[in-house]
Design a protein around this ligand. Structure first.
Ligand code: F6R
Length: 259
């Protein structure tokens, strides 16, 4: 695991965006697609801002294919609370990605169609050659995607039940806890772990404890973030606060000269 600590979330986000841009540039130069796994929430917003600037500066995203980690269920795409809405608002509508290359779990599915949809989501990722770079945030309880504590490492894309911690954390977006859905559709842990490269970002003091547990703790289903320890190519991108509880011998300090 490569653990990089940046001065602040802006410089960490810029670094993450540059890693993506380098991959896209390389693939564009040989006319190949770049397949990205994308996250929502507060963590990646500055990365999306940086990617929009990179796109404006001439790096084309016309060959990127994206798979989002999750969506609330049930959820209308048009709702401002949906991850569909978030992705268009923060990223897709500002760049030259092709609509047909955007894949987000569909919270409008009928319950009886969900398992077929999830199977097709997995197949679609595989048909496109698998995910090159998977972007992740980390839940306060260690969830990745919406794979909550207790989920096994071999889980695939499926309907999941959100934990109370996750629903409470979402109140800041929904206003009232009663409004927060109880369920979601989430890419599985095994799907996430089959990406070539995983970049997990976390910012701020509130994530310091769970970052430490995920990176330094025993592999455990109680903290899905620890599953990342089993992957051969993971970059953890932190700011000084989220890294503050880590054992210092294990981290590379990056002097931020990027911003
Ligand atoms: C979002 C997702 C979640 C978040 C996590 C952290 O698509 O899959 O795992 O990354 O809940 O959320 P924030 O970034 O809001 O702290």
């Amino acid at each position: 695991m490569e653990v990089l600590v940046f001065e602040n979330k802006e410089s960490g986000s810029l670094y993450a965006a540059q890693v993506i841009a380098n991959k896209v540039l390389m693939n564009n130069s040989v006319n190949e697609e770049t397949v990205l796994g994308l996250a929502t929430g507060s963590t990646p917003t500055d990365m999306y801002k940086a990617l929009i600037e990179i796109n404006k500066s001439g790096v084309s995203f016309s060959r990127i294919i994206t798979y989002n980690l999750d969506e609330y269920y049930p959820m209308k795409k048009s709702s401002p609370h949906s991850y569909h809405y978030y992705m268009y608002d923060h990223f897709f509508q500002h760049v030259d990605i092709h609509e047909e290359n955007i894949f987000i779990p569909n919270g409008e599915n009928k319950n009886e169609d969900l398992s077929k949809f999830c199977e097709e989501y997995e197949l679609s990722i595989r048909r496109n050659g698998g995910i090159d770079i998977q972007v992740l945030g980390l839940g306060l309880n260690g969830h990745i995607g919406f794979n909550e504590p207790g989920f096994s490492m071999d889980s695939l894309t499926q309907k999941v039940t959100l934990s109370d911690t996750t629903r409470t954390a979402a109140v800041k977006y929904f206003g009232k806890k009663e409004e927060v859905p109880f369920q979601a559709i989430s890419m599985g842990i095994s799907t996430i772990l089959s990406a070539d490269h995983i970049m997990m970002m976390a910012w701020g003091n509130e994530k310091a404890e769970i970052v430490k547990e995920s990176i330094e703790g025993q592999l455990s289903k109680d903290v899905p973030g620890t599953y990342l320890q089993t992957h051969k190519n993971v970059t953890i991108i932190l700011d000084a606060e989220s890294a503050s509880k880590l054992d210092n011998d294990r981290i590379s300090l990056i002097e931020s000269k990027l911003s």
